[in-house]
Design a protein around this ligand. Structure first.
Ligand code: DGY
Length: 322
């Protein structure tokens, strides 16, 4: 008897083909994200689950599973899964780090260049027919990257890769992390460790690379925006909930900070009437940090490998907890 697997939405054809050779595959075809009630009933009899960052794989869902061996998420983030409870139930959890490191660091750096050089702002200006005069000395003036201080909050794989990009552009990089990295690695990356408070007050650009946890929930709020330079920019490609969006709107409107580049939001997809969409000093992206053809293919490969290993009772290539 083939094992049963369920996907909360479809993935790449090559991955499906592989899965269908091995398992009885069912794919959710309705509303995205899958309603919790549907997920709760689907998870009951399956052996493997493939899910996505917006699915809520909480205790109640996991508890409904009678034969589940593995949860494989098509993402590096796993804050949508109760990994502790999965561990207690001896259910493996697989995720997809490493393969998306470059793509996500590129996205953060892309937002940084866009903000400093006002590329999206210029695009909006032309589309609205507001480009009236050519080449004025003070028109659409941006900022140099070289010499600016980039503050990286969370120096994991993505943070370190972003530091490499910054080094190539002659920026100064400071970082804050739970643990200071070795002096040798600091030297290689050209980064200096500092406290969180110093980082937020000294940086010209802050880029967030921490997971969403109880500790990091809304860590960027008005109290901290007020400590930032009023010329500083905030970039977030991690998780929307790390930033208090209401406070960010106020900080941007009142020019407490200069601008923001955001790829992640408290609620996704974001409504076109969200107050952030009304601001000029902001660049918005629809959660596409890992979204390159090459990276997404690799993520699909890892997602199915993790699932196959978990179904066999083995540890996924990248595994959380059990
Ligand atoms: C992830 O994999 O967690 C990313 O947020 C997807 O872009």
């Amino acid at each position: 008897m083939k094992e049963k697997i369920f996907l909360t939405r479809t993935i790449h054809d090559f991955a499906l083909k592989e899965l269908k050779k091995k398992f009885l595959v069912e794919i959710h075809k309705g509303k995205i994200p899958i309603p919790q009630s549907t997920l709760k009933s689907k998870i009951k009899k399956i052996n493997g689950l493939i899910c996505f960052p917006y699915d809520k794989i909480n205790k109640e869902i996991i508890q409904s599973a009678e034969n589940l061996k593995v949860i494989s998420t098509y993402s590096v983030g796993y804050d949508h899964i109760d990994t502790q409870f999965a561990k207690e139930k001896k259910i493996r959890v697989g995720y997809t780090p490493e393969v998306l490191t470059d793509a996500t660091a590129d996205m953060a750096f892309g937002l940084l260049i866009d903000l400093l050089r006002r590329i999206s702002e210029g695009d909006r200006l032309i589309r609205k027919g507001n480009w009236k005069q050519i080449y004025g000395a003070y028109d659409y003036v941006g900022l140099d990257l070289q010499g600016k201080t980039l503050g990286i909050v969370g120096l994991g794989r993505i943070g370190k890769t972003l530091a490499q990009r910054a080094k190539a552009f002659n920026m100064k990089t400071i970082y804050h992390n739970r643990k200071q990295i070795s002096k040798t690695e600091e030297k290689k990356l050209g980064v200096k460790y500092t406290t969180f408070d110093k980082l937020i007050s000294q940086s010209d650009i802050i880029s967030i690379h921490v997971p969403h946890t109880e500790e990091t929930n809304q860590m960027f709020n008005m109290k901290n925006f007020k400590k930032m330079k009023n010329t500083a920019f905030l970039i977030n490609t991690s998780r929307g909930k790390v930033v208090n969006e209401k406070d960010l709107v106020t900080a941007l409107k009142q020019k407490i900070i200069a601008g923001a580049g955001l790829d992640v939001f408290q609620i996704e997809p974001m409504n076109k009437n969200h107050p952030l969409t009304k601001l000029e000093n902001i660049v918005l992206a629809p959660h596409i940090g890992s979204s390159t053809k090459e990276t997404r293919n690799k993520m699909a490969e890892i997602t199915i490998k993790n699932l196959i290993l978990g179904i066999k009772g083995k540890k996924p290539i990248y595994s959380i907890g059990y």
